[in-house]
Each structure stands twice: as structure tokens, then as C-alpha cells.
Design a protein. Structure first.
Length: 341
């Protein structure tokens, strides 16, 4: 049994920043995440995608943001329990919760913060015969190492930001790219669509619109071709070395849906004072929560984490006023951060 002040469910940017805000107030946290690395969607799906709206950081990738947050929380030494899914949450008494993962790891906490992003999520798979054979080898749902596609022929399926971002990014290193989209309108940023169109005009990208992949060809776990069917023409066989599929995510709350909280579709209702759920002592920050005016932005999640931390401090130490102290001048903050005044 691991005893702590707070269990944070989710190791994405908001979950990591929650550790920092709690640490400034002298509270210890343990983080649990189903993914095997911290960073949530930022590192699992978009590690190389640039982010421009983090205050005072003009540009950073999802991976870089995660690394900066991990560096920031080092003084507080949180427990990091990755590859673990929280399965059980129940009240032990009025002041404590019992939290347990599917693997049997147990925690006793005075509060819980759910920072699970969109919950448990998986990329939407392509539904073609033999797709599973190629998955992880020459059929991919995310890009971990762009250089593995250098000099290769690629088929990229999808019409959102991820698909077109990688068309633009990989056009400079791949031998050739074939983009397949079921519509002729895109869900990506217009600037990225314009870049894709320019690459198509230069002959670096073949674009099939109002089309879909209907078959894969290959040997063993190596793809050698893809069959594309457009609505207004015959099927075409295109030789490829890799297939990249970006059909979006299928978000699921998973076990969170069974914790007795007030659920709003696939999000959790919270107040805007404490970001507390319908269950006293359980809070939710980031994309997984909902309140009137909610915006799914990382910087909004950071704000929510700060207010939730103050609310948790007040819950754990009832009757004791929680003073706002500034990291610039507070000796207590300096001591907790391990810096000299």
C-alpha cells in the first residue's frame, strides 16, 4: 500500500503540472497512467508536432514540453506508475480513498485528480484483411522515428491535422507519398492544406480524394502495395513500402465511467471554483472535464490544476487558511523547490 496525499490519474501535461502545483503547497503526489511513458497524447501521438501557445515558450514539440515539465517537477519526486490502469476507486473513510490498478498496485490517498485527457484512447484502426499482420511493422498509427521513412514510398490515409502534418513533414525525406482521403474537404489547418496542394503540384505527392483503401498487398509483415478505390474511377494499385493511418482517436472513459461521477457524454462535470467532481475529494483537470465555457487547451488545464491544488490543500488541512505565496520571494517555496533565496 502506497500512502500519499494525492493520486493523479494521467501523466499528460496537465497531470504533470498538477504535481508541480501540489508540490509548491507541500503535497506529495503519485501519478498513474496506462501509457508506458509520460506526456499523454503529446508524446504518444504527436511528439514532433510543434506547439505555439504555451506561455513564454514561443515554440516547442510535444516531446519537448513533456521533458520541460518533467524537469520542473523533479524537486517534488513524484511516484510515476506507468503502464498501469486504475480499476478501483472507493472511499475508505471520509478523509481517504482506496485506489487500485488492474495489476494490483494499491494506494491510499486523501484526494484524487483525474487528468486523463480524453480518457483511455486508441487510434481508430483500418478495417482491412491482414491489417493486423502489418501493424507495427510496415503499417503505422503514429510516427515514432521519421527517419525510418527516408527514401521510402508511403501511403498516408486520412484528412485531419495528423495526416496532413505528416504529408508535409515527410515529403522532404520520403521517395514519394500517396495521400488517400475519403472526402475532398479536409479537417486540417488551411495553411497545411495549402502546403499539401503545393507538394502535389510539384509531383511530390499523389492525392486521391473521395477515395479509400480497399486492400493491402505484401509478404509476411512487409507491405508492398495498396489498392485505392475512388468513387468516380476504377481501383488503382499503388506500390508502397509503408502505410500510415490517421483516422483519429476513439476516446473511451474506460473504468472512470464506473466511479459514480457526474458524466457529461465522455467528460466529467466539475465546478469552476475547485474543479471538483460530483464526488467530494475527486477533481478533474484538462480535456477530461467539462464546465460552461470549457476550452480544451493545455494552458487552460494548467489554470485548472493550480486552482485544484489550492482546493485540495484546503480539504486536507481544513480550517487552515491557504495563503498565496510567490516563488519569486517565498523562502518556503524556495525550500520546496530546492533553490537558494
Amino acid at each position: 500500500m502506497i500512502k500519499t496525499d494525492v493520486v493523479i490519474v494521467g501523466a499528460g501535461p496537465c497531470g504533470l503540472f498538477q504535481v508541480f502545483e501540489l508540490g509548491l503547497l507541500g503535497l506529495k503526489a503519485e501519478i498513474v497512467d496506462t501509457l508506458r511513458q509520460p506526456g499523454g497524447q503529446c508524446t504518444e501521438l504527436y511528439p514532433d508536432k510543434p506547439i505555439y501557445d504555451i506561455p513564454a515558450v514561443p515554440i516547442c514539440t510535444g516531446q519537448e514540453l513533456t521533458e520541460l515539465l518533467l524537469k520542473q517537477i523533479e524537486p517534488f519526486r513524484p511516484g510515476m506508475h506507468l503502464g498501469e490502469e486504475v480499476a478501483v476507486v472507493r472511499k475508505k473513510d471520509q478523509q481517504h480513498f482506496h485506489v487500485e490498478t488492474r495489476n494490483g498496485k494499491a494506494f491510499e490517498a486523501k484526494a484524487i485528480v483525474i487528468a486523463g485527457g480524453v480518457g483511455s484512447f486508441q487510434p481508430r484502426p483500418i478495417r482491412l484483411p491482414d491489417a493486423d499482420i502489418y501493424t507495427g511493422k510496415t503499417l503505422h498509427y503514429r510516427v515514432r522515428n521519421p527517419q525510418q521513412f527516408a527514401g521510402k514510398r508511403l501511403a498516408i490515409l486520412g484528412g485531419g491535422d495528423s495526416a496532413l502534418d505528416w504529408v508535409v513533414e515527410l515529403a522532404g525525406i520520403a521517395e514519394h507519398i500517396t495521400l488517400v482521403h475519403r472526402r475532398d474537404e479536409y479537417r486540417a489547418a488551411q495553411a497545411t492544406v495549402d502546403k499539401m496542394r503545393a507538394l502535389s503540384a510539384e509531383g511530390k505527392v499523389d492525392v486521391f480524394e473521395k477515395a479509400k483503401a480497399i486492400a493491402l498487398a505484401g509478404s509476411g509483415d512487409v507491405v508492398s502495395g495498396i489498392t485505392i478505390q475512388a468513387t468516380d474511377s476504377d481501383a488503382v494499385d499503388v506500390p508502397v513500402d509503408h502505410v500510415l493511418v490517421f483516422f483519429g482517436l476513439a476516446p473511451k472513459l474506460g473504468p472512470i465511467a464506473e466511479w459514480g461521477l457526474d458524466i457529461n457524454r465522455k467528460t466529467i462535470n466539475v465546478d469552476t471554483e475547485k474543479f471538483e467532481t460530483s464526488e467530494a475529494g475527486i477533481y478533474a483537470v484538462g480535456d477530461i472535464n467539462y464546465y460552461p465555457g470549457k476550452k480544451k487547451l493545455i494552458l487552460c488545464g494548467f489554470h485548472e490544476a493550480a486552482l485544484a491544488a489550492f482546493a485540495i490543500k484546503a480539504r486536507i488541512e481544513p480550517g487552515k487558511k491557504v495563503h498565496v505565496q510567490y516563488t519569486t520571494t517565498s523562502p518556503i517555496m524556495h525550500e520546496r523547490l530546492g533553490v537558494e533565496g
